[in-house]
Design a protein around this ligand. Structure first.
Ligand code: ADP
Length: 421
């Protein structure tokens, strides 16, 4: 069916997060890994294109986002969402502002909003200042981010050097007065030529008001939370038909494989918690450097599919450091990613159709190896981590791609159980 809302996300896990929140409405949401090569067909009411352009050179990011926009327009979308991180991750050059401005140019939009707030996850905006929990952004751990250190908490000041047209604020006092007050404020800012409006939100109710007031803007920008009410609003407006395609779960053979390449603290706990329940194999980068993935492939082939085996390179920081010292950071990472990608293919070849993957980069490697380009969003396993359904060589598969710290200790078992419901 015709796409109603076309979303562009600046990284993969951000795209999954947004897709998962939109899918809470029960409507079909489809996630594309990169701009599809082929013209749109069989599109969902909500389409999300995942790019990897958060820290790309500005020109590259803008070109990619323009290409994504063109594809989404061809899919029929006439409303668009530019999704970036809830901590406004960007440098003084971009890419949040330049991409927004380029999309506005293409769409002929005079104004857009910026609302990265996600109160449930401790991201709130007051008087244009972004808070991470109780800390101003610039005092939060984001101040030391290796690629996008955030050294100012004021979103207007962060945005101004990134855009050419005026930046303004609709503050909490206006938002708290409700939908009409916010609309009036946006109109009066538009009359003054303000193209880029930061909007305060400190609580969930604020997001409801903002989405309602802005649902007819051609372009919205923000974190995932402000988009969450849109499906219900579209339903109320009659834009989303009652019989719009819903998310469906394909019939899949039993048997899963869990592949973990994340070394985050949470993933370490998840591996420890799941380990005793199923056959598990630890991958050691040093051994992979010697022997390649052959022994692990043999091990996997010997496991009954119904045993839902776990294969992990997940290790404690000191072990990771030791491997990196011997092999180099990039080589150690690549060996693990290549092995897990090869194991995913082998698992598929032996008939496994359910995949749990832990690690952002690891997910990218596995998704690429399996040749995934489209994921239909299914049930949420943990906040921000849904099951997704895709096709490999004409066969339905289920795959969940979990980045580092997401999910609780029981994530792997919870994921497998969720698919049975
Ligand atoms: P996260 O989402 O937790 O950041 P990623 O998959 O993005 O996880 O990143 C983890 C990186 O660490 C990957 O490149 C992976 O190949 C690498 N890696 C995994 N296990 C080890 C290990 N034991 N030693 C060194 N590097 C590892």
């Amino acid at each position: 069916m015709k796409t109603l809302l076309g979303c562009i996300a600046d990284d993969f896990t951000g795209a999954t997060d947004l897709a998962g929140l939109l899918a809470r409405s029960g409507v079909k949401v489809s996630l594309r890994l990169g701009v599809p090569d082929e013209a749109p067909s069989g599109t969902a009411p909500f389409e999300v294109i995942a790019l990897k352009c958060r820290t790309a050179p500005v020109d590259e990011a803008v070109a990619e986002c323009r290409a994504a926009l063109a594809w989404l327009r061809a899919a029929g979308a006439d409303r668009f969402f530019w999704k970036y991180c809830s901590t406004f991750d960007s440098t003084s050059e971009g890419n949040i502002g330049p991409v927004a401005e380029a999309l506005m140019d293409n769409l002929g939009a005079e104004q857009t909003i910026y609302c990265p707030a996600f109160p449930e996850n401790g991201r709130s905006i007051f008087m244009g200042n972004l808070f991470v929990g109780q800390q101003p952004l610039a005092e939060s751990p984001m101040k030391d981010h290796p690629l996008t250190p955030m050294r100012d908490s004021n979103l207007m000041r962060l945005l101004e050097p990134q855009v050419t047209r005026p930046v303004g604020l609709a503050d909490r006092l206006t938002v708290a007065q409700g939908v009409n007050a916010l609309r009036e404020k946006l109109d009066s800012l538009a009359t003054d030529g303000v193209a880029h409006v930061v909007v305060d939100a400190v609580a969930n109710e604020d997001l409801g008001i903002i989405s309602a007031a802005c649902r007819d803007m051609t372009l919205l920008t923000g974190g995932s939370a402000v988009a969450m009410p849109l499906p219900e609003l579209y339903r109320a407006d009659g834009r989303l038909a009652a019989d719009a395609p819903a998310a469906t779960t394909p019939d899949l053979e039993p048997g899963a494989v869990i592949l973990s390449g994340s070394c985050s603290a949470m993933t370490n706990e998840q591996v420890a918690a799941y380990g005793p329940a199923a056959p598990s194999l630890r991958l050691d980068p040093l051994q992979l450097a010697e022997d390649g993935p052959g022994p692990a492939l043999d091990w996997l082939a010997a496991q009954p599919a119904a045993s839902n085996p776990l294969i992990y390179a997940t290790a404690r920081p000191e072990d990771v450091r030791a491997a990196q010292e011997q092999l180099g950071v990039a080589k150690a990472g690549a060996l693990v990613e290549e092995a897990l990608a090869a194991l995913a293919i082998a698992a598929f070849e032996t008939g496994i159709r359910r995949f749990v993957v832990a690690g952002g980069e690891t997910s990218g490697a596995v998704a690429q190896a399996l040749g995934l380009s489209r994921l239909d969003i299914g049930a949420e396993i943990a906040p921000g981590v849904p099951w997704t359904f895709s096709r490999v060589k004409g066969e339905d598969i289920a795959i969940t791609l979990k980045s580092g710290n997401f999910g609780n200790e029981d994530f792997f078992a919870t994921a497998l159980a969720r698919l049975e419901e």
